[in-house]
Design a protein around this ligand. Structure first.
Ligand code: FES
Ligand SMILES: [Fe+2]
Length: 346
């Protein structure tokens, strides 16, 4: 079972709104400091956030004329990681600064998300699929709501917690929507999708009150994709509501969650403050559970995955294994998930 963190995949580095024009933002992904910077034309680049001269993080510097200026001695680097200027050089000192380079990371930015490719040296990102999209919404759609938080746990526990259907009535208890008293037996159909699986389109369960605020004819489908993306797509008639969750490993012990909501349902703007509160409340219930879980995990206990409530977690591990194997063996990805029905009470 693969219990490490995946490489050669796209991770959410930040939201578009976190990197202003001519601005910088430093993030840690897989224990590597990554600098996101946006030039005056709006193009985003990602560089290793360490100056090759003396190692100070660029993120203490600034963007000058579409280049990153190191705060220490003012060396300037473009978005391709090439050094363009060393201010201390005198005339006649013929050091070719363009020979000095900083590691760069491929970036894809759309739908308000900045994705960073964390590849091994020489690995071509074209070998793997691009990050997922909210299919019914345009590429330039802006998130309506977002929340960013850190889970003090390995990405696997964050992913498993995210897809775990059985913790709802215990962790997400609330007078507003549910308690363990309202548990009912559920049957959901699942099928494979690109590097993941999907709880196929269905009407929400009778005891899932949260959906009721949307009114009308509602269906939902929930897709999980490696390395740690969950997209719930709720259709309300012809309109759409998306809840996107991207998990990014900071290191082996911390995971950043980007939770983003999108919709094209005009009247939802009215209850936006309520949705924001709801999203925050829900997320911090999960964070609280994960933090308490760490107290037990410190002792490295052996753990269990039961069927069917934990089958999705088993799929996740199987997908990770296949991910590594297909890259190692240089072959097509063979999705280990088969279409099936899972049953649990929640
Ligand atoms: S440390 Fe960056 S320019 Fe000197
Ligand atoms: Fe949860």
């Amino acid at each position: 079972m693969h219990t490490g963190t995946l490489r050669n995949v796209w991770y959410v580095g930040a939201l578009t709104s976190q990197v202003p024009v001519s601005g910088l933002k430093s993030v840690l992904i897989l224990n590597e400091p990554v600098l996101l910077f946006r030039d005056s034309h709006g193009k985003t680049s990602a560089l290793r956030d360490i100056c090759p001269h003396r190692g100070i993080p660029f993120s203490y510097g600034r963007v000058v004329k579409d280049q990153v200026e190191c705060p220490y001695h003012g060396w300037k680097f473009d978005g391709g990681g090439v050094c363009r200027e060393i201010p201390s050089l005198c005339s006649g000192q013929d050091l070719d600064c363009t020979k000095i380079k900083v590691k760069t990371y491929p970036v894809i930015e759309r739908q308000g998300l900045i994705w960073v490719f964390m590849g091994e040296k020489g690995f071509d990102p074209a070998r793997i699929p691009e990050p997922p999209l909210m299919n019914s919404l345009p590429l330039d759609v802006k998130p309506r709501l977002h929340e960013i938080a850190t889970f003090e746990c390995h990405v696997d526990h964050a992913v498993i917690g995210l897809m775990d259907p059985a913790h709802g009535p215990y962790i997400h208890k609330s007078w507003l929507w549910r308690s363990e008293k309202s548990m009912i037996e559920k049957t959901k159909r699942f099928g494979p999708v690109d590097h993941g699986f999907r709880m196929l389109q269905h009407k929400p369960s009778a005891n899932s009150k949260a959906y009721k605020i949307l009114g009308g004819e509602i269906t939902t489908e929930i897709t999980f994709r490696l390395p740690g993306v969950r997209i719930e797509h709720i259709r309300v008639g012809k309109r759409n509501f998306y809840s996107f969750t991207g998990l990014t490993p900071v290191n082996d012990k911390q995971t950043v969650i980007h939770q983003v909501m999108y919709w094209d349902i005009p009247w939802l703007g009215v209850i936006k403050p309520f949705l924001k509160w709801f999203m925050h409340y829900f997320l911090y219930q999960d964070i609280d559970a994960v933090n308490k879980q760490q107290e037990g995990l410190k002792f490295d206990p052996s753990l269990m995955l039961i069927r069917d409530a934990d089958t999705q977690a088993k799929w996740y591990y199987a997908l990770k294994d296949e991910w590594e194997n297909h890259l190692k063996e240089n072959r097509e990805f063979r999705n280990p998930v088969k279409e099936t029905e899972l049953r649990w009470r929640s």
